[in-house]
Design a protein around this ligand. Structure first.
Ligand code: UDX
Length: 455
């Protein structure tokens, strides 16, 4: 393999680690600078601070090309391209907290012939500010589109690579393009602000698609259609596409909630009210609560009831708990007087800190012991294989709400468990408080559902 451009990466978080490791896989020598000494030490021992399928194998295979350090100077000694992969979490106002980016830029200074390549998601205009404050540095915006759980594949087989720069930094953009060139993906060369906007607009659009199908699901609940059938029929239209049309408990994670909020605030700060995005965010918040009304359809009160959550992470194949629906659900359930027990195959350790009052069960089956209701929160594939007859035997009241429309309704129902889903009313048991055909009772259940969603 011919010698490839050495690369520096600032930040060994999830994006930084995946990026650095994949660059090493492409044959680059990569120096990763991480501010936390304990993280650097564990990385040197080969221990990974995150769960990402395929990453440990890739790190092991490319260990020789990867160096971890706490010292910025080691980065400044070598590579021309410095990829910034630090966190930009939301502040209380909803703006992005850029302090980690600012610290990195200050520490780097303005050494000759170096380029700062921004991977972190930043508000539009950040690049312009950095170029003004550090005119000696070349600047490239190269936003990240990785998904947790499939990040390695997403990196190595991207749909597109966005490279934004101003004309005077064309050499740096050319160098970044050359790094990605072996992946064979379309490269979008553009200006810095447009590149920044592509990232925010893409995530906001996907979040909109999810909130849209969730609203369709809520209408399906009212009018007796099945949202999974509706999504199947819609998705075959190539202008719509079938991906990101799964109705459920709404979107969570480190990107969609933060980026939709950041774009809304960015627009607001510049004097534009982004109405659609406000609705997308609101729908998502209410969606996490709709399950409560579904429980109430069958259980008179939640006081003293035991509710089991299957899955805690914001999605499968990750232990990330950021903006996970389980956090809102557990708080709502406890607020109504229920006790909550949960099982997640890998997020338990992280969840323990965030949900101290939730009992963690050693297995999914044991979580259902004595439960009055089970809520499927995260669509871990192993939940499909559960022995539902055994679940029914263990539960106090055999009631399951499938918050991701993930399970085979027949498998659950044939075990004698009442099955409720999101936007699939024909599958749901009308419930003891709503007799079939009893319009008044049905109206009152619908009213309660609306009240819960608004609470
Ligand atoms: C997302 C973007 O996909 C990625 O490009 C960006 O870089 C970071 O944000 P990620 O947060 O890892 O990635 O997860 P993703 O798989 O996109 O799912 C986000 C959330 O949407 C999850 O909570 C998921 O459960 C939810 N979702 C997704 C739905 O509710 N329905 C869907 O149809 C798809």
């Amino acid at each position: 393999m011919t010698e490839r451009e050495p690369i520096g990466v600032v930040g060994a978080g999830w994006v930084g680690l995946v990026t650095a490791t994949c660059f090493a896989e492409l044959g680059h020598r990569v120096v990763v600078r991480e501010i936390l000494p304990e993280k650097v030490q564990s990385l040197r021992r080969g221990e990974l601070p995150i769960h990402e399928p395929g990453l440990p194998e890739l790190i092991e295979r490319n260990g020789e090309r990867l160096t971890f350090t706490t010292e910025m100077v080691e980065l400044l000694d070598g590579p021309r391209l410095l990829f910034i992969c630090v966190q930009t979490p939301p502040t209380y106002s909803g703006d992005a907290d850029l302090s980690a980016v600012q610290r990195a830029v200050e520490e780097i200074g303005e050494p000759n012939g170096k380029a700062l390549v921004m991977k972190s998601t930043v508000p539009v205009g950040t690049g312009r500010t950095i170029m003004r404050d550090a005119p000696g540095l070349a600047y490239v915006s190269c936003p990240e589109f990785l998904r947790e759980g499939t990040a390695v594949r997403d990196f190595l087989e991207p749909d597109r690579v966005v490279v934004g720069s101003q004309p005077e930094h064309g050499w740096a953009a050319d160098a970044v393009e050359a790094v990605y060139e072996p992946l064979g993906a379309p490269i979008v060369r553009t200006d810095v602000s447009s590149a920044e906007m592509i990232k925010l607009a893409s995530n906001a659009y996907l979040a909109t698609k999810i909130s849209f199908i969730n609203e369709i699901a809520n209408v399906c609940d009212e009018v007796g259609a099945d949202v999974t059938e509706v999504a199947r029929g819609m998705g075959l239209d190539p202008r719509i596409g079938s991906r990101f049309l799964n109705a459920g408990l709404g979107f969570g994670g480190s990107c969609f909630p933060k980026d939709t909020q950041a774009l809304k605030i960015l627009a607001g700060n510049s004097g534009y009210h982004f109405q659609l995005l406000s609705a997308v965010i609101e729908v998502n918040e209410l969606q996490k609560r709709r399950v409560m009304a579904k429980l109430r359809k069958h259980l008179d009160s939640l006081v003293g009831k035991r509710v089991a959550l299957l899955g805690l992470a914001f999605k499968p194949d990750t232990d990330d708990m950021r903006e996970a629906s389980s956090l809102v659900l557990a708080a709502r359930l406890e607020g109504e007087g229920a006790s909550v027990v949960a099982f997640d195959p890998i997020a338990e350790a992280r969840a323990r800190e965030l949900l101290p009052s939730v009992e963690m069960a050693p297995s999914a089956l044991e979580a259902t012991d004595g439960a009055d209701a089970v809520i499927l929160v995260t669509e871990w594939p192993q939940f499909v294989e559960l022995d539902w007859a055994e679940v029914a035997r263990r539960m106090n009241t055999p009631l399951l709400v499938d918050g991701r429309n993930f399970l085979d309704p027949e498998a659950v129902r044939s075990a004698g468990i009442t099955y409720e889903a999101i936007g699939r009313p024909s599958l749901g048991d009308p419930g003891s408080r709503v007799a079939p055909g009893d319009a008044r009772a049905r109206d009152s259940a619908t009213r309660e559902m609306k009240e819960e969603a608004e609470r």
